[in-house]
Design a protein around this ligand. Structure first.
Ligand SMILES: [Zn+2]
Ligand SMILES: [Zn+2]
Length: 408
């Protein structure tokens, strides 16, 4: 079996893994690094099937490129397929607005959906000489680990979370001969989740009681909905704005993926959805606003922060990984942001709460031991070598983008 990363090997972003066995070739993910302008994986190589792990852009953002010239069957859970569509359309809009070279168009997005083969967890599908089984990756609703089986079994995790969250149960290891696993948090462990949530709820209450507003910059997919659940029953006015609202509707109407649909629905019914500029101008009458974008490079969040710039009682609470060269990272490191081309220094309180949906170091090691493979291939990480000493009993490969290698 041959494996080649077209992106995402030694970096967090633009994951693209080509797996070849005799005459069957498949690709897992074909993502993007959503910088300005975006960074794409290496050009598409012909494959028979594309298997998508989940709907975050660093895994799915370049998929339509495949349908510009190449064709392949497109395998995903319904939840993943439904969630990615608004994000791809938004990428098209941004590219047109910013004048980036067009790498795919709306016809390619349509083609992608015409090639869709929807899958369910635990149900096998055949692609050439692979029989392929999808399992939950615990990362966001619909996220999938793919197991490719022939004489050997290869498990590809995509982004992985083994802990229970408000939305999902954690992923469970599946015995396999070869494991391709993400390593975003190699060398780092997370603060216990219940502790983070307790502190978060307490701080939100304090800010609001002192007369301030709390702004949560968040990903549309997963985090918006999870925060609504975390903040439920605080008896506050919580508003959600931006693309997360559309994703919430998709979660509502795509059954079978949430740990408790009832709890989810109850939390969402306690929030107010901001739609259009009319509502937006009154949105700060609420106590809390959850809105895109998660790394503060666009979306309604900048408008809200702009209005609150000098309000020391108000706060910006970040809850996700902030990639280098983003507004979010700059806010954490220097306290500054760029809004409409101007650098500003908000006087608002700033705090980070680690609600990561990625397994921490010890959980990654435990997961690898549970899968008990002969070979471990580490990807989607900037500090992969931090895992080597804890994985000494396995053959471990640290591939680089563009390098093809053989796995027995
Ligand atoms: Zn992800
Ligand atoms: Zn990722």
């Amino acid at each position: 079996m041959k494996i080649k990363f077209l992106g995402g090997a030694e970096e967090v972003g633009r994951l693209a893994i080509k797996i070849e066995n005799k005459d069957t070739r498949v690709m897992v993910d074909y993502g993007v690094i959503p910088e300005k302008p975006p960074l794409y994986p290496m050009p598409p190589e012909p494959v028979d099937g594309l298997f998508l792990t989940h709907s975050h852009l660093d895994h799915a953002g370049s998929l339509p490129i495949y349908y510009h010239s190449k064709q392949a069957r497109f395998y995903a859970t319904m939840m993943t397929a439904n969630s990615i569509r608004p994000l791809l359309n938004d990428s098209l809009k941004i590219a047109a607005l910013e004048g980036y070279p067009e790498v795919f168009n709306s016809t390619d997005v349509d083609q992608l959906y015409e090639s869709l083969v929807p899958v369910r967890y635990g149900e096998e599908v055949e692609e050439g000489n692979f029989s392929v089984v999808p399992y939950s990756a615990g990362h966001i609703p619909g996220s999938t680990m793919w197991q490719f089986n022939n004489s050997r079994s290869t498990l590809v995790t995509g982004d992985l979370n083994t802990e229970q969250s408000n939305l999902l149960d954690g992923a469970v290891p599946v015995k396999s001969d070869v494991l391709v696993i993400e390593s975003t948090y190699a060398g780092k462990n997370h603060e216990p989740r219940e502790q983070v949530i307790k502190r978060l709820r307490k701080r939100v209450r304090e800010v609001v009681e002192s007369g301030g507003k709390v702004i949560f910059p968040t990903f549309a997919v997963g985090r918006t909905q999870e925060l609504a659940m975390i903040l439920a029953d605080l008896d506050l006015n919580i508003a959600t704005d931006g693309m997360g609202n559309g994703i919430t509707d998709i979660y509502m109407h795509t059954p079978g993926y949430l740990r408790s649909y009832k709890d989810f629905k109850r939390a969402i019914h306690q929030t107010r959805r901001i739609r259009g500029n009319g509502m937006r101008s009154h949105a700060l009458e609420n106590d809390v606003i959850i809105t895109t974008s998660g790394m503060m490079d666009g979306g309604p969040v900048l408008g809200y922060v702009d209005k609150l710039l000098t309000d020391e009682k108000s706060a910006i609470f970040l809850t996700g990984y902030q990639v280098e060269n983003t507004n979010g990272r700059s806010l954490m490191e220097n306290g500054t942001l760029k809004i409409a081309g101007n650098t500003v220094k908000p006087l608002m309180q700033k705090e980070f709460f680690d609600l990561s949906a990625h397994a921490g170091h010890d959980s990654l090691v435990k997961f690898v031991r549970g899968v008990s493979p002969e070979t471990v291939i580490l990807c989607h990480g900037e500090q992969r070598e931090n895992l080597l000493s804890d994985l000494a009993e396995f053959e471990v490969i640290l591939p680089m983008n563009g390098q093809e290698f053989e796995v027995k």
